[in-house]
Design a protein around this ligand. Structure first.
Ligand code: PLP
Length: 410
């Protein structure tokens, strides 16, 4: 009888703790709690009627193939639709530059597995998407993280580190960024910094992994070209783009895609052969329908209006309930689903989380968004899921909770 399984686990997995955000969700069962914790799009934006119609049509026309194994790179009809989707963004790719993934998280997993050996360096922002950190951590990299600024990555710190590594004869495996409405901060990378990131990529021969789940969810300001499209304009092949349908269509479908140079995508397809094999055809078909038959531009416009209004409500209420003397700061995103709130140093948001539960409001403590040396006085707030009335109430509750904590501290 095997008693101790720990010894038998692979070195990659022994120390691996999984996705720590998951651990807080068990505290949120009480329906009176207003949760600003998840990264959920609103069901109000799900195209339920269109989905039912599309589903019926596909099941009637295509059931034999839907119930069968299908190709690993992805359904040709979806690949064609993705090419059209990317053209809206001035990105031109061929079939061999696309692999359909079983969602954004799968796209990150393929990236980590493809590039990282234990001990390799990965450069990213502090904070950044916790799911990316865990996907990469499974391959045991060393994380080189730099505090994100109001206009995007701290490119000066990136440059310094790249020079230092170069002098040691080393290179990071890639730089991971989320230029549009970053999760968790909501920060958008300026055009200047996107160009600088590309300069760094060319100068130091380092790929850029650009993760773009929120790119279409811009509520104000002007769209900025993606790093992938800027690279194409400069005739480079240094960028790998990760996309998901989770936030613009629905997360339940679990479909996304990665784009990049043929060699990279070919190897990602090899890895996919070893993990999920094919992404379910039915799910891919629903995404094809979403891109081609469900009125994409009108839907995106509707989402932008709906989420933009929620963001406005949230920011307005924050201004009202968090006067400057409280020492609480927050980002003011132009899109996406999140913003980042920083409380006075000394207040640990890991502890504050449990206090907030008493006030029936929840957020994600900031710590999980750091690959190492976490800041402990910040939190991620999601504004897409709760109703406007709940958002207003949540800010009030948060303000009471933080005020009580501030006066306890002083
Ligand atoms: C930046 C980023 N990348 C990837 C993902 C994963 O997306 P999916 O839900 O499609 O796996 C998310 C989800 O929140 C995200 O914020």
């Amino acid at each position: 009888m095997i008693k101790d399984w720990q010894d038998r686990f692979s070195d990659n997995i022994k120390e691996f703790e999984g996705y720590s955000i998951g651990k807080i969700f068990k505290y949120l069962n009480n329906p009176e709690i207003i949760s600003l914790a998840g990264g959920l799009p609103s069901p109000d934006m799900f195209q339920k009627h269109e989905m039912r119609l599309a589903s019926r049509k596909r099941l009637e026309d295509d059931i034999d193939v839907i119930m069968q194994y299908t190709g690993v790179p992805g359904e040709q009809s979806l690949i064609n639709a993705v090419k059209g989707f990317l053209l809206r963004d001035d990105i031109r790719v061929n079939d061999e530059n696309i692999v359909i993934t079983s969602s954004g998280q799968h796209g990150l997993d393929l990236t980590g597995r493809l590039f990282i050996n234990p001990g390799d360096i990965v450069m990213l922002d502090r904070p950044t998407f916790a799911g990316a950190i865990v996907a990469f951590q499974m391959q045991r990299p060393r994380i080189a993280g730099y505090d994100i600024e109001d206009d995007g990555p701290n490119v000066e710190e990136y440059r310094k580190k790249l020079i230092e590594l170069q002098s040691e004869g080393k290179k990071p495996k890639f730089i991971y960024v989320i230029p549009d409405f970053q999760n968790p901060t909501g920060i958008t990378t300026s055009l200047r910094k996107r160009e600088i990131l590309l300069d760094l990529s060319y100068e130091f021969d380092v790929p850029i992994v650009e993760d773009s789940p929120y790119r279409d969810l811009r509520y104000s300001g002007k769209s900025i070209p993606s790093i992938f499209s800027l690279d194409q304009k400069r005739e480079g092949t240094n960028v790998i783009g990760l996309y998901t349908f989770s936030k613009i269509f629905c997360p339940g479908i679990r479909v996304g895609f990665n784009i990049g140079p043929t060699d990279v995508i070919g190897r990602m397809i090899n890895i996919k052969e070893g993990n999920v094999l094919n992404t379910p055809k039915y799910n891919q078909d629903m995404c094809t329908e979403f891109l081609t038959e469900m009125g994409l531009e009108a839907h995106m416009e509707k989402c932008r209006k709906y989420y933009g209004e929620k963001l406005d409500v949230f920011l307005e209420t924050m201004k009202q309930y968090f006067p400057p003397e409280l020492g609480v700061k927050w980002t003011k995103p132009q899109g996406g689903l999140f913003l980042w709130v920083t409380v006075p140093a000394g207040i640990d948001t890991n502890k504050l989380f449990y206090e907030a539960i008493k006030y029936k409001v929840a957020f994600v403590p900031g710590e999980v968004f750091y690959g190492e040396n976490p800041a402990t006085n910040a939190m991620r707030i999601n504004f897409s899921y709760a109703s406007k009335a709940q958002l207003t109430e949540a800010v009030k509750r948060l303000s009471e909770c933080i005020r009580a904590e501030v006066s306890r501290e002083s």
